[in-house]
Write a protein that binds this ligand. Sequence first.
Ligand code: FAD
Length: 388
Amino acid sequence: MALDPGTLSQLLDAIRRFVDERLIPAEAEVAETDAIPAAIVAEMRELGLFGLTAPEEYGGLGLVMEEEVLAIFELGRAAPAFRSMFATNVSIGMQGIAIDGTAEQKAKYLPGLASGEIIGSFALTEPDVGSDAGSVKTTARRDGDVYVLNGTKRFITNAPHAGLFTVMARTDPAQKGAAGVSAFAVERGTPGLTTGKPEKKMGQQGAHVCDVIFDDCRVPASALIGGVEGQGFKTAMKVLDKGRLHIAAACVGLAERILDDMLAYAVGRRQFGRPLADFQLLQAMFADSKADAYAARCMVLDAARKRDAGQDVSVEASCAKMFASEAVGRIADRNVQVHGGNGYIREYRAEQLYRDARLFRIYEGTTQIQQIIIAKALTAEARGRAGL
Ligand SMILES: Cc1cc2nc3c(=O)[nH]c(=O)nc-3n(C[C@H](O)[C@H](O)[C@H](O)COP(=O)(O)OP(=O)(O)OC[C@H]3O[C@@H](n4cnc5c(N)ncnc54)[C@H](O)[C@@H]3O)c2cc1C
């Protein structure tokens, strides 16, 4: 662990208070205005949220995976748009450089990412390249001391605010698959890089995504992450293994919060002269939701501990992401049901959290892609055992 038990518990207490006193009360305003108040972003910086996982030598807290998921369990209890604000820095927007960057790249970017002065985005998806992420079409052609980038990245979280993009682009057009892809650290302001209009989304108002367009965008050769071509897809997969555990932890936090909301409503509202909580058909929903949330929490913690112990957890990360994102979807749906008509009305958080939770099953690999990853590993092992 990076922190001693006392410091970790203080950090988790401070985050819990911040979530309860500042984030949850601001949810309605954020949903309405589609923006997180600047004062809250400043408090996130003060709390060190942008640098939770950045190495200490670069100004971060250097949390290991278990500590990170414990922090995200707490932060995940607020509407997910809040987490999105700093989480690309903690997770996919920073980890490419933190894991595979050169010493110069780390020194140049990690302090700004850790403090939140720079917002980082992770740009893998393209208009025609989603689940089949190894087929990246954006090109990076070497021209002397620079690479020239051309292509469009789609649905890039925090792109409207980002100062730095981790961009996966094809450096070897002869290699059609993942082996021809490299990763680049590209700064906003580089001529030829523009961002599109923020998309109007189903939920998570306050978190913003848009296209990132490269039109003969010339970046110095030193922007190649790790300094070696052809490693970009591997970098992206390392980032996503960690990112999936982070997302799964966010799902656990939200699942536990929604269950609390469900119970609070059910003990308060009366029908047939009794609280809703007395009706056994609803009690089954509470029990199923508790079991879902508890199972998801256990999976995330187990996978995080295994990762910290140096094990390859790509299967466990996929299991955790798949299960936790599906579980929070089920719980959010039950919560709407327990709220009855009020569950469909915007004034109550139930309908917002139902829409917010839907994204977790889609990004950082859909449920189907997690199933494919898990099944591929299992069948390879079975073939190995059978000597086939
Ligand atoms: C709000 C939001 C934020 C996002 N943030 C980012 C970001 O920061 N960076 C980034 O790079 N991307 C981001 N994404 C993109 C996201 O990761 C992709 O949308 C996701 O990976 C799915 O890709 P796709 O949309 O192209 O769907 P497709 O790949 O077209 O898939 C469509 C459907 O087909 C299924 N499918 C596809 N292939 C198979 C198969 N072989 N077998 C079975 N089923 C299959 C999928 O599961 C899905 O149900 C974001 C997306 C959204 C909506």
